[in-house]
Design a protein around this ligand. Structure first.
Ligand code: SF4
Length: 68
């Protein structure tokens, strides 16, 4: 399931709670010239622009097949 915090388009500058960097339908974070957008109310659960951030794969362990 998609959500903003695991999306490659999620940006978190400074002490902010995070923003979207691609969806132009969302309101701008800090005025008309700012490139980042406020996160959607559903936190990206139905977002067609979602792409999983590869950094989320860190810590995922795999076992060779056949070794249980
Ligand atoms: S709104 Fe969509 S594209 Fe933007 S950060 Fe959330 S899931 Fe990613």
């Amino acid at each position: 399931m998609s959500e903003c915090h695991s999306c490659t388009h999620f940006k978190k500058p400074g002490m902010s709670r995070g923003y979207c960097s691609v969806r132009e339908d969302l309101p701008r974070a800090y005025g008309i010239a700012h490139p980042l957008r406020k996160l959607p109310p559903d936190n990206g659960q139905n977002c067609s622009a979602y792409i999983e951030n590869p950094a989320m794969w860190i810590g995922v362990r795999t076992t060779p097949s056949g070794n249980g």
